[in-house]
Design a protein around this ligand. Structure first.
Ligand SMILES: O=C[C@H](O)COP(=O)(O)O
Length: 253
């Protein structure tokens, strides 16, 4: 199976204002100097600065949303549709992040509907899955991920429209990461699960990102693991220098 082109994605979460745009300018400058060679790059800033971010980053670094509503439009005060994200330049949208699942009670079936909404608007959906610490300690990690994948991914998955992000909940923002062997086991499991359901041709091209305390010092090790096709980076993506260092580490691994 040929490895898909790696994707390094930054998720700014609820951080960043117009005053943060210089960080993006710094990333854009590093990319012009070759930092993103051989990689697809993505920043998912808050929706309030998506348009300005797109204007700054241009085509070399994609921008994406952090969530979208499952409906195309309507009476959903405060929500954002996939088409609205696309309208201001987004090419991707994260769905089913564990913070959305926990804070907003998003079930696998809601996540699945959001994936379909993203596709309908022409966006690539980054579908997040991951186990809690209690689930890992109980030995349930693969079972939990199997259920999340089965429920969150629609039948019409294509490599060009879908990315899976494995984010162990206990590793997010904690500075803790799974061992390389644990990451390999989970990513192999996700790949095999995709192959069983969607076949080799589709599943081989779906990028499987690792997310959870990725930083410059551990990026080469984590991103060098088989079936790790990039990273979904939270905290470290807020600093241009760290995000660029992660990109360089992946390019070199
Ligand atoms: O979406 C990103 C992940 O939740 C990882 O966040 P983190 O890199 O701050 O641990």
């Amino acid at each position: 199976m040929t490895r898909p082109k790696p994707l390094i994605a930054g998720n700014w979460k609820m951080n960043g204002t117009l005053a943060s745009l210089p960080e993006l300018a710094e990333i854009a400058a590093a990319v012009r100097e070759g930092a993103g060679e051989g990689l697809d790059l993505l920043i998912c800033p808050p929706a309030t600065i998506l348009s300005a971010s797109h204007g700054l980053l241009g085509e070399a670094v994609a921008v994406g949303g952090q969530d979208c509503h499952e409906a195309a439009s309507g009476a959903h005060t405060g929500d954002i549709s996939a088409a609205m994200l696309a309208d201001v330049g987004a090419r991707y949208v994260i769905v089913g992040h564990s913070e959305r699942r926990a804070d907003h009670g998003e079930s696998d079936s809601i996540v699945r509907a959001k994936v379909e909404a993203a596709w309908a608007a022409g966006l690539v959906a980054i579908v997040c899955v991951g186990e809690t610490e209690a689930q890992r300690e109980a030995g349930d990690t693969l079972d939990v991920l199997g259920v999340q994948l089965a429920g969150s991914l629609p039948d019409a998955v294509q490599a060009a429209t879908t990315v899976v992000a494995y984010e162990p909940v206990w590793a997010i923002g904690t500075g803790r990461t799974p061992t390389v062997d644990d990451v390999r086991e989970v990513h192999d499991f996700i790949r095999n699960t995709l192959v069983d359901r969607f076949g080799d041709a589709v599943a081989g091209g779906v990028r499987i990102l690792y997310g959870g305390s990725v930083k410059p010092s551990n990026a080469a090790e984590l991103l060098g693991v088989d079936n790790v096709d990039g990273a979904l980076v939270g905290g470290a993506s807020l600093k241009a220098a760290d995000f660029v260092a992660i990109c360089r580490a992946r390019a070199a691994s």
